[in-house]
Design a protein around this ligand. Structure first.
Ligand SMILES: *[C@@H]1O[C@H](CO)[C@@H](O)[C@H](O)[C@H]1NC(C)=O
Ligand SMILES: *[C@@H]1O[C@H](CO)[C@@H](O)[C@H](O)[C@H]1NC(C)=O
Length: 352
């Protein structure tokens, strides 16, 4: 009769309730088409309500058409994301688009159309799913011949239910027979591995709104090979460290010794006896020091020793009473030439 004059056009969509499934971030088109009976003379009002998935919350208006105006600032969570798709609502299209879908948009959407005396409404169930993404393929265990390990396929996110499928991409492209039972599982348990398992595999994860894939390169090697490779790498690294350590050590030592040499010279100065008590032995020691300096060190060393030697008389004269003894000089002399020989060697090394 007259009250049914306003009808929703149900020729495209199921009459009572329909379900729409979309991926997060996508746009959902919620259809609501109607026809107006000539008897319906009242003003046209269109209202979309949302009943969120958790039934705790009341139905909320999300967009309204009334008095030829559109109001869409009702629901904070949907702000700016709900639009009528038609520019001319009177033509019978009250469908909306919800853009950039979020999981919080899941719920029942109700389209209510009023043009008195006609009324009609229609419900659309919206489900938002997360596409599988960030999928990682990896080996859990040690991929050695004779070993047991697992190969795994793990998406970072993705709505359930998820479907998995493993494939071999290399060689014969045939999955190892013992694995066939687990070809559609996120984890394949490999037992008593053989080198024939080596190759490239892919895992495809799929749900109703999308799919993702990862690749796995499996290299099943003899245990000894692997141990050898690791040992080789470790030994190589250690050797490099030792060589670097030696270079640093010897360069530092050289620098320390350069400092030390100055101190040693100071000692000589002290040990040189006053001119008065100088004996032939003492002179010969000084002479030998001199020659070793001359042969092992750059010329500036000679300069050092000369200057200091020249200074000797005045200073040592004062000190003569405290340290007139020759024995310390005897001990110092051989040590000194040893130090210089070593440091001469280091100079060569560090310049290398
Ligand atoms: C509504 O969304 C659909 C995709 O779901 C798109 O094809 C259509 O152009 C959109 N309409 C408007 C008016 O944005
Ligand atoms: C593992 O495989 C080798 C040959 O591939 C076979 O000789 C051996 O018996 C197997 N071991 C076990 C425990 O199944």
């Amino acid at each position: 009769g007259a009250r049914l004059g306003l009808l929703l056009d149900l020729s495209i969509t199921p009459p009572d309730q329909m379900t729409i499934e979309k991926a997060k971030g996508e746009t959902a088109y919620l259809p609501c088409k109607f026809t107006i009976d000539p008897d319906d003379q009242g003003p046209l009002d269109i209202e979309w309500l949302l009943s969120p998935a958790d039934n705790q919350q009341l139905d909320q208006v999300i967009i309204l058409y009334s008095g030829d105006k559109i109001y869409d600032n009702y629901h904070e969570a949907l702000k700016g994301r709900v639009h009528f798709t038609s520019n001319d609502l009177k033509s019978g299209d009250a469908s909306i688009n919800v853009t950039n879908l979020q999981l919080s948009d899941i719920g029942t959407y109700q389209c209510k159309v009023k043009k008195a005396p006609g009324v009609a409404n229609k419900k659309v169930l919206l489900t938002v799913l997360v596409k599988p993404s960030g999928t990682r393929c990896f080996v859990d265990g040690s991929e050695e011949i004779g070993n047991d390990f697992k190969i795994k396929c793990e998406p970072r996110e993705g709505s359930l239910p998820l479907r998995y499928e493993w494939q071999k991409l290399s060689d014969s492209q045939r999955m190892p027979t013992p694995w066939l039972a687990e070809m559609t599982s996120p984890v394949i348990t490999v037992r008593n591995a053989t080198s024939e398992y080596s190759g490239t595999y892919s895992c495809t994860v799929q749900n109703r709104v999308g799919s993702d894939q990862c690749l796995l390169s499996l290299d099943v090697v003899p245990p000894s090979n692997k141990a050898g490779t690791i040992a080789g790498a470790v030994i190589g690294t250690l050797l490099a460290l030792v060589i670097i350590g030696l270079i640093i050590f010897c360069c530092r030592k050289k620098r320390r010794e350069e400092k030390y040499e100055k101190e040693v010279h100071h000692d000589i100065r002290e040990d040189v006896p006053p001119p008065k008590s100088r004996t032939s032995t003492a002179r010969s020691y000084i002479g030998s020091n001199h020659s070793s300096l001359g042969s092992m060190s750059p010329s500036n060393m000679e300069g050092y020793s000369k200057t200091q030697y020249n200074q000797v008389p005045s200073e040592d004269f004062d000190r003569a009473p405290q340290s007139p003894t020759l024995p310390p000089a005897k001990v110092a002399a051989p040590n000194l030439s040893f130090v210089f020989k070593i440091s001469g060697l280091h100079v060569q090394w560090c310049r290398f």
